[in-house]
Write a protein that binds this ligand. Structure first.
Ligand SMILES: [Cu+2]
Length: 343
């Protein structure tokens, strides 16, 4: 142990970058990882850290998004109002996402990341005739591969460039039995589909600031979709910016407050199998929106025992502002819970 401390002290004194830490510390390089809970940013943020050469990380995130009621612009719209324009109105949607991730660093400056989501979607509807029904879809979504490159890594500040691409592995033909069509299996509208169907570019930039027991960070990222998918449309591009502040409560627990801004555009083109006159979710020009969320997070990094080094985290977000090109379902809650292990 004393040797370990001496080696660590020597490492620090010499300022060797990415040197192996003593006593099984599964640290990241830079400021984004290590043996304290505060070294990890809120679990809802992805691709915000890199690793030391040769290090791996496995992660699992469970995300749950609850949507209830429609909105047009900033105003709420009742189901009855939607039903004056469309024969069917969505009333609620639950989105469950299981996200599996693998990271590996070939060098101290470059970390590679692969992620694949498994999605489960549920949407409730009401019809103008007074009926109601639910549609469901599930499956593996689009696989993404990214590189996280450290542009700058100093004592206090770190700047990372994210560049990724996601492939069209998720289905665009999710279907379910619909009561309004006499129980026939029908292709589901755009928000119930699992994949984008296009190659999507995923650029981003992350800043991490280390102020001892307080950490700050920001990330901007985009989803830029290329071409059209096989069904004849492409989903709208997306832009997201987020900023967070985290404080160390003790070595193994940290808490965070985060704000995020999301903006997404309408669908370009359309799927011939969908009829935008029947339900707003099938209208490609009623998909755009903007949203600001506030999120509270908690990190727990196990400091000893058989689970030493495992990180468990949760973040709960609630929109504080949203403008939707509607009628469109509004978001009410977002929860992300996750587990990570670096080795
Ligand atoms: Cu990692």
């Amino acid at each position: 142990m004393a040797n370990g401390i001496r080696a660590l002290a020597l490492t620090v004194a010499l300022g060797l970058p990415g040197a192996v830490l003593a006593d099984g510390d599964t640290g990241h390089t830079g400021h984004a990882g290590g043996s304290r809970a505060i070294d990890h940013v809120p679990i809802g943020v992805v691709g915000e850290h890199n690793h030391g050469a040769g290090e791996f990380m496995l992660s699992y995130r469970f995300m749950f998004m609850s949507m209830k009621g429609n909105r047009d612009g900033t105003e709420r719209v009742s189901t009855a109002d939607v039903l004056t324009e469309f024969p069917v109105s969505p009333t609620a949607m639950d989105m469950e996402m299981h996200m599996f991730g693998l990271m590996w660093a070939p060098t101290d400056r470059l970390t590679l990341m692969a992620m694949v989501p498994y999605l489960r979607l549920d949407m409730d509807h009401r019809t103008g005739m007074g009926g109601s029904f639910t549609t469901r879809s599930d499956g593996f979504g689009d696989l993404s591969l990214s590189g996280i490159y450290e542009l700058y890594g100093g004592e206090q500040h770190q700047l990372l460039l994210n560049l990724g691409m996601s492939g069209p592995t998720g289905t665009l033909r999710a279907a379910d039995n619909l009561p309004p069509t006499m129980g026939e299996r029908v292709k589901l509208p755009y928000p119930m589909q699992i994949g984008s169907g296009t190659p999507d570019l995923l650029p981003g930039l992350t800043w991490n600031g280390d102020f001892g027991r307080v950490r700050l960070g920001t990330q901007v990222r985009g989803v830029y979709r290329i071409g059209r998918n096989r069904e004849g449309y492409r989903l709208g591009h997306r832009f997201a910016a987020t900023g967070w502040a985290a404080v160390e409560l003790c070595r193994s627990v940290s808490a965070s407050l985060r704000f995020s801004f999301d903006k997404w555009k309408d669908i370009v083109g359309d799927d011939d199998d969908l009829n935008g006159d029947t339900v707003p979710t099938a209208d490609p020009s009623l998909r755009a929106g903007r949203r600001v969320d506030a999120a509270l997070g908690l990190n727990y990094l196990v400091g000893s025992g058989p689970l030493k080094g495992h990180r468990f985290a949760i973040e709960v977000a609630r929109p504080i502002h949203q403008i939707l090109d509607g009628p469109q379902l509004e978001t009410d809650w977002l929860t992300t819970a996750g587990w990570q292990l670096a080795f």
